[in-house]
Ligand binder design. Structure first.
Ligand code: SF4
Ligand SMILES: [Zn+2]
Length: 327
């Protein structure tokens, strides 16, 4: 709370950032690490409400395509139909063009499954050999070869292709003959539509050590043990200076091991662990459906639309109330 004077009267505002231009926060992003499917970025100068809204939208509101209907003509494999249908649903489909599709329940085709709201695939395998045949996501073929929505082909960090996703192993004379239908959806309906495998968000940790207590009162051996007790390697022991230093505070996961160590060695206030309320770390691991940077861009767009809708609703509601009151 902060006091401000308006027209000679003192009044208080809940958020001083709104009235003090110099203290107004300007959000910023910094990318720390990026590859084909993972992204680690920092979000600065914002608060928990915005960061958490972004996290929730990334997980459950960025649309993708996923297999939603499986028609089974033949299944003589060792697994029953429902099990295989569920496995097919969880195969990520490359969904960069998902915005070109309509949601099935809002499409003008009225549940007929047209090309605007769905993509059709075949999965037909008949094992005629003596060896086991491994049915994978590579056996799923779109009926329309020009469509961009296909099972994801992932690359590892070295740029080499990863193994396709195994669906089932077929013995001799076993076969699978499936029609698959992919539709647009969001993770809130079913996890198979979520574009991410994980989306972690945490406040930036602040780790400080008290020199007098850790570097003066602990013995050299104890200082080395103190460094080792941190499972995240936040501290470093500088052999030349003979002191403990904080090396990578951002790796801290707030486990409190260092605090317990200091306390059991009589230096309770030797280490201070707090969090920065205006800076957040995000670690996103995509499923391959949409590149991670694109996921974040789309999530921001959704968040912006929500805020704009809320703002126009509020203006409408204020207008309605003013009219009712006859101003
Ligand atoms: S709280 Fe845990 S992770 Fe963080 S610095 Fe201490 S020991 Fe390391
Ligand atoms: Zn349709």
């Amino acid at each position: 709370m902060q006091g401000v004077t308006q027209g000679g009267q003192a009044s208080y505002v809940a958020n001083p950032y709104l009235v003090d231009e110099k203290r107004r926060l300007v959000p910023k992003m910094k990318i720390n690490n990026i590859d084909q499917n993972t992204l680690h970025f920092e979000l600065h100068n914002t608060d928990l409400t915005i960061a958490n809204a972004l996290r929730r939208i990334i997980i459950s509101e960025v649309p993708t395509m996923a297999i939603d209907i499986v028609e089974i003509e033949e299944n003589t494999s060792a697994l029953h139909d429902e099990f295989l249908a569920h496995r097919c649903g969880l195969i990520p489909l490359f969904s960069i063009d998902v915005d070109n599709f309509s949601y099935h329940d809002k499409c003008q085709c009225m549940y007929a499954n047209c090309e605007k709201c769905s993509v059709k695939f075949d999965l037909i395998v008949n094992n005629t050999q003596n060896d086991i045949y491994e049915v994978t996501s590579n056996d799923i073929y779109p009926k329309n070869p020009n469509v961009s929505v296909v099972p994801c082909k992932l690359m590892n960090n070295k740029g080499e292709p990863e193994d396709p996703i195994t669906i089932m192993k077929l013995g001799k004379h076993q076969q699978m003959n499936f029609r698959l239908l992919a539709r647009k959806g969001i993770g809130r309906q079913h996890a198979k539509w979520s574009p991410v495998a994980t989306c972690i968000m945490y406040k930036d940790p602040i780790v400080k050590i008290d020199d007098d207590r850790i570097n003066q009162k602990l013995t050299k051996e104890q200082r080395k043990e103190f460094v080792k007790c941190c499972p995240r390697k936040v501290f470093n022991f500088d052999e030349l200076k003979n002191v403990v230093e904080v090396e990578s505070a951002d790796k801290c996961n707030l486990c409190n091991e260092c605090y317990s160590f200091a306390r059991t060695h009589g230096q309770e206030k030797g280490v201070h662990i707090t969090e920065n309320d205006t800076m957040f770390h995000f670690i996103i691991e995509g499923t391959g459906a949409i590149p991670p940077v694109e996921i974040v861009k789309r999530a921001f767009k959704i968040l912006k639309t929500k805020i704009n809708n809320l703002s126009s609703d509020l203006m409408e509601s204020i207008k309605g109330n003013v009219n009712q009151m006859g101003f």
